[in-house]
Write a protein that binds this ligand. Sequence first.
Ligand SMILES: Cc1cc2nc3c(=O)[nH]c(=O)nc-3n(C[C@H](O)[C@H](O)[C@H](O)COP(=O)(O)OP(=O)(O)OC[C@H]3O[C@@H](n4cnc5c(N)ncnc54)[C@H](O)[C@@H]3O)c2cc1C
Length: 575
Amino acid sequence: MANSGRLDARARGAVLDHLAGTEFDVLVIGGGVTGAGTALDAASRGLRVALVEARDLASGTSSRSSKLIHGGLRYLEQFDFKLVSEALRERDLLVSRLAPHLVKPVSFLYPLHRKVLERPYVGAGLVLYDALEGTKRPVPYHRHMTVRGALRIAPALKSSGLAGALLYYDAQTDDARYTLTVARTAAAHGAVMATRASARELLRGEDGVRVVGARVHDEESGRDIDVRARRVVVCAGVWTDLVHQAGGIKAGYRVRMSKGVHIVVPYDAIRSDTGIILRTEKSVLFIIPWGQRWIVGTTDTDWTGDRAEPTATGKDIDYILEHANRVLVRPLTRADVIGVYAGLRPLIAADENTPTTKLSREHVVDVPVPGLASIAGGKFTTYRLMARDVIDAAVADFDRWVPASVTDQLPLLGADGLAAASAEAGRLAEDYDVPCETVEHLLERYGTLAEEVLELTRTSPDLARPLAEGHPYLGAEVAYAVTHEGALHVEDVLVRRVRLFLETGEAGAEAAGPVATIMGDLLGWDSGRRAAEIGRYLELAEADTRALKELASADGPHAVMGGPAAVASGAARTG
Ligand SMILES: Cc1cc2nc3c(=O)[nH]c(=O)nc-3n(C[C@H](O)[C@H](O)[C@H](O)COP(=O)(O)OP(=O)(O)OC[C@H]3O[C@@H](n4cnc5c(N)ncnc54)[C@H](O)[C@@H]3O)c2cc1C
């Protein structure tokens, strides 16, 4: 039976005591979308589940993706039909049933530049893409467009050389919020979760072989806790090899890190009513609508540096600008860039010589020793299937029957009753004395839980005010982030819960003070702690802003994003 899935930061001490005092069926290491999905899969099969995350939920790759829930048109060229059709089925399930509040259809225009062969080639690809999805479709079929039609919906395109276009549909989501919602849904099914709690060692049973839990370090207090579990499941993304090494495990696969960079530009920099997809020499480039912004990316290069804070270089930015500008009539410049973020794909390593663009996006599950299962690879879109597969493997030799996965029938928190909640938006706006747009904004982010956020404004009307001029986020969302979404620091709120870090030119700096006040009142911070939290965030924001300014003024192609301060304080943007 589900509860309300609260991750209350004020109850963290009790959560850690619970972790120390219970033997769980499954301990999940890692709180990205794979770990959160795995916790949900296991908890909804009736297992007792714990999850530990070394930093914040979604602080790794799961907040730094292109934010597309898609089949991946480009994988058709690699003949990866299984991956594409599985991902398309997942996309449709999320859009229509499991998370319609969070996953929305988005259109992409594919401009054609060669009159003869390109249209039938890409058109055939899109026929296949649509066919792999099946006949019940929550997103429309692709369409062929003339030059005039293409320019009407995307005046930003250069007309010279344009031979027409194809319009097709995929879906998009706020990846960090999605991950958080999966984690909360797992908590609603009984999973116990702690963030800033890192698994440092694996515990072995009496035989010295079987894994029976993990020694977990509380990054906030320095306390070590032994968390005992009958199965440990590693969902640590690009950290997977490190977790295996720390536990003395020789796994059947290794992870290769591939860096992907995106830039964020203002909405008026590109005049288009649709996203745009372009072919590049090795892959594709997306121009993706993101509220009042565009996200443009991505790159695909090997990375061997810091896993926690991959940095973008001037060369990455120039690559993106150069390719986007091949089709844009008003070229983007470095001065248009208001944000940059870099993420690392946890790809399954083949041989070292294979380019990362050619590595499969399929996932691999391994059970290298009794008591331990691990998973890596895959895509955000297929996290639910990954979770199912790794739990199937983990419990294959369980001493009692474990039901099959039920997550294909399990809407995430906020999804059930969405149509009625949307229809009631006007009444909610009246009841809580807020503009209708505020209710719509909350419905898109919290679904039917929007009323829980609004309810906080009854006792504290100040919380109904926006956090930053010209942005829809409310003070109530900060309070909710603490009481329901486990936010422990100002950074957790501004980078991953409300995303002002990504969406404002000053990385949300003006909101740091108000956020610290709301959080401090709830978490009992004294003035020193409030100042420290604000200082830490401003350092992050300043380093980021400085890096962007350096970028705008640099003319060489190799300027490094983020000066030494940015690198030292780990200021690479989290998307
Ligand atoms: C640039 C880019 C664009 C992408 N675009 C898309 C897209 O549009 N669509 C799509 O479907 N996929 C996309 N992907 C892929 C997708 O983002 C990833 O497959 C997915 O987010 C990986 O999630 P994860 O949970 O496996 O890893 P992560 O999100 O990295 O989570 C791993 C977590 O484990 C934690 N951890 C590590 N070690 C420990 C430890 N010892 N103890 C506790 N916790 C630990 C980390 O802190 C981290 O939070 C993209 C990836 C990139 C890089």
